[in-house]
Structure formats: structure tokens, C-alpha cells
Design a protein around this ligand. Structure first.
Ligand SMILES: CCCC/C=C\CC(=O)SCCNC(=O)CCNC(=O)[C@H](O)C(C)(C)COP(=O)(O)OP(=O)(O)OC[C@H]1O[C@@H](n2cnc3c(N)ncnc32)[C@H](O)[C@@H]1OP(=O)(O)O
Length: 341
């Protein structure tokens, strides 16, 4: 009888979710026949977390919770990137009110994901720096696919400092020494290295295998009384959530002050147009012509949007060490960076 009700509910959810996912959404939710919700992040190009995307994730987590779905797997619809972390556009020249709302939304998503009553697992099917790593780490189980992908906390290389609650989470997952080394040096881990320090729990051959392995973890709880599982999880995770609840405003203010610092802004703009995880921000510090050049690339990108190849502009700027300074109103100077769409 109970089984029939659960089955019927899953069938309803499956059709309902199908309806939801026909709206243009950055998260595709599918509930499978085992009653597990698979959340595919699909915000082009790299699943970076903007405020709207975070709000959508927040609603998706509510959907899983409100429909009493027992487990969720977080993954990416893209083949090479799980998530590029926070959207650098939210960090570059932020408006104070918007940035604070953005950060508050991130806190809220984190508290919902980390403190979810349902079982959570991440199938990390690509690059997962900084905020991408944060989302995966907030789940109870992590499976990463093998390949040339990396995961880690590269905040310091961007001139940023990860929030305390993220540091605590990592310190409680891997050992303190590895956490300190990784955070301070912006170390990115290959899947094998991540497994060694237990940043992840398993390695998979591909995305399907990663999801299958996450499901195997979820299945373990068939043998465990649900209330015992939930109460144990809450006892383990509750204090960290309470701590953030009590310090949300200070946390937001601290991060905002950090983000608007000129040094952070220099790195943010560099990152915006030259994004590989291994980028060395030292290249752009203390050399003014290059800084002006990169600022101008950013301005042209803002003015011309998709017509303008911002990354190409920034790369040329770095290559010619600031000797080529684009003027957005001078066609000759920007024509090398205009595309035909
Ligand atoms: C505020 C303090 C709090 C600290 C907590 C968290 C901080 C963060 O999360 S900051 C973000 C950290 N993220 C990164 O450093 C990742 C940067 N990105 C990359 O390394 C690569 O893009 C990635 C390996 C993810 C994917 O590589 P590719 O597949 O080769 O793609 P591209 O590099 O060509 O990028 C495509 C496209 O996406 C834009 N992009 C990349 N990352 C971001 C981002 N985080 N935010 C916004 N946009 C991003 C990149 O600029 C390209 O744009 P176009 O040039 O317009 O195509």
C-alpha cells in the first residue's frame, strides 16, 4: 500500500518535473523510478553561480524537500565543467545592494544544501573550482569522473578569501593540514589526488558511472531507519548552520569589503577575460598600462556584449604587456576582437 503510494507520487513528480523543465530553466530536474531527483545544472557556458542561478538552485532544493523526495544527485549537463564557481560578473565592480543580496542567497543555498533532510550526493563530471567545489563538498557523498579535470579551492589565486563556513567544511572533511595547504596555495586536485585526501569519495569512468555510484551510496540508507539517519545528520551538521545563521550579516559585510578592495578587483577583471584555473594573477598586479588595457577590454565587453571577444582582448593585452590598449569607440583598435556572431 505504502509502496503503491510512493510509486504513484514518483510518477506524478516525473510528469510534473517534465512540465517544469520545458520552461527555459538553468536546472533540469528529473525524478527517476527509484524516487531520486537528479539535478542537472545547465547554465551556459560553465554553470557559474549568478544570483538568478543561485535562486533557481534554492527553489530546486525546496522542490526536492517539499515533495518529500528521499535523495538528490547534483551534476552538470555539460561534458567538461561541473561548475566554474561563483559568477565573476557578480564580483567585478559590484553594486553594494546587489552583491549583498547575492551573498545572502549563496548563504541560503549553502544552508539548504548542507542541511538538507534528504540524502545528497554530487556526480562531479568536470572542472570544479571554488564555488563549484563548495557545492560538491556540501553534499554527503562525492563521485568525480576521471580525466584531466580538477577540483579545489583556488580562491587565494583570485585574491579572494573563502568564507569561514566553507573553510570549516573542508577542515571537517579532509585533514586540517591538507585543508590549510590547499586553501592557502590554491591547490587544485586531480581526481586521484582528491580521493587520496578524501575530498571526494570515489572515482568514476564517466557521468553514468558517477550517477550509478551515487545511487549505490543512496541505496545504503534502505537499511537504515530514516529518522535515525536524519537526526544523526542534523546533529553533525546543525551547529555549523546555526553558526552561520547567527553571523550572516557580518559574513556578508566581511566578504563585500574584501571584494571591493582594489587588489581583488584587479584580479577579478583578469579572471573575467582569461579564466583558466591555473591563471597567475601576479601577472597583472603593479603594472598600470596592462591594468588600463584590461579595464578597457572589460568596458568594451560591457558595451558590445556578445559581439566582443573579451577573453581574446585580455589575452592580447597580456601578450603585448599593455602596449595595445583598446579604445571601444575606435573601430580600428577593437576590430580584431569583434566577431560575426
Ligand atoms: C567572494 C569570495 C568568496 C569565495 C568563494 C568562491 C569564489 C569563486 O567561486 S570565484 C570563481 C572561481 N572560478 C574560477 O576560477 C574558474 C574560472 N574558470 C575556468 O577556469 C574555466 O573557465 C573552466 C576550467 C571552468 C572552463 O574552461 P573552458 O571550458 O576552457 O572554458 P573557458 O575558460 O573558455 O570559459 C568559457 C566562458 O565562461 C566564462 N567563465 C568562466 N568561468 C567563469 C566564472 N567563474 N564566472 C563567469 N564567467 C566565467 C569565460 O570567461 C568564458 O566566457 P566568454 O569569453 O564570454 O566565452
Amino acid at each position: 500500500m505504502l509502496l503503491r503510494r510512493v510509486y504513484k507520487q514518483h510518477r506524478w513528480l516525473a510528469s510534473h518535473v517534465k512540465f517544469l523543465s520545458t520552461q527555459k530553466s538553468s536546472i533540469d530536474i528529473k525524478v527517476d523510478n527509484d524516487g531520486i531527483a537528479i539535478l542537472n545544472l545547465q547554465r551556459p557556458p560553465v554553470n557559474s553561480f549568478s544570483m538568478d542561478f543561485l535562486k533557481e538552485l534554492s527553489k530546486s532544493l525546496d522542490f526536492v524537500e517539499n515533495n518529500k523526495i528521499t535523495a538528490m544527485i547534483l551534476t552538470s549537463a555539460f561534458p567538461r565543467v561541473f561548475s566554474a564557481g561563483l559568477d565573476i560578473n557578480e564580483v567585478y565592480k559590484p553594486d553594494a545592494v546587489r552583491f549583498k543580496e547575492f551573498w545572502t542567497t549563496l548563504q541560503e543555498v549553502w544552508m539548504k544544501l548542507f542541511g538538507a533532510r534528504f540524502i545528497t550526493a554530487a556526480a562531479i563530471n568536470g572542472q570544479s573550482p571554488a564555488g563549484g567545489c563548495l557545492m560538491a563538498m556540501s553534499c554527503e557523498y562525492r563521485v568525480m569522473i576521471k580525466g584531466t579535470f580538477t577540483i579545489g579551492m583556488n580562491e587565494t589565486s583570485l585574491g579572494l578569501i573563502a568564507p569561514t563556513w566553507f573553510m570549516e567544511l573542508v577542515k571537517n572533511t579532509i585533514n586540517v593540514r591538507d585543508a590549510e595547504y590547499a586553501f592557502t596555495t590554491s591547490r587544485m586536485f586531480t581526481p586521484e589526488e582528491a580521493l587520496k585526501v578524501r575530498l571526494i569519495d570515489e572515482i568514476a569512468a564517466d557521468k553514468d558511472d558517477a550517477i550509478a555510484k551515487c545511487k549505490r551510496f543512496i541505496k545504503k540508507f534502505d537499511e537504515i531507519t530514516p529518522s535515525a539517519r536524519i537526526n544523526t545528520k542534523m546533529k553533525l551538521r546543525g551547529p555549523a548552520i546555526k553558526k552561520l545563521q547567527n553571523t550572516r550579516q557580518e559574513d556578508t559585510e566581511e566578504i563585500y569589503q574584501l571584494v571591493i578592495h582594489p587588489d581583488t578587483q584587479k584580479v577579478a577583471i583578469f579572471q573575467l577575460y582569461s579564466s583558466p584555473v591555473s591563471a597567475n594573477p601576479a601577472i597583472i598586479t603593479g603594472y598600470d598600462p596592462m591594468e588600463v588595457c584590461i579595464e578597457n577590454c572589460a568596458q568594451c565587453k560591457k558595451m558590445l556584449g556578445a559581439w566582443f571577444e573579451g577573453q581574446l582582448c585580455a589575452e592580447s593585452c597580456i601578450k603585448y604587456r599593455g602596449k595595445m590598449i583598446p579604445d571601444c569607440e575606435n573601430y580600428a583598435s577593437i576590430s580584431p576582437f569583434l566577431n560575426k556572431l
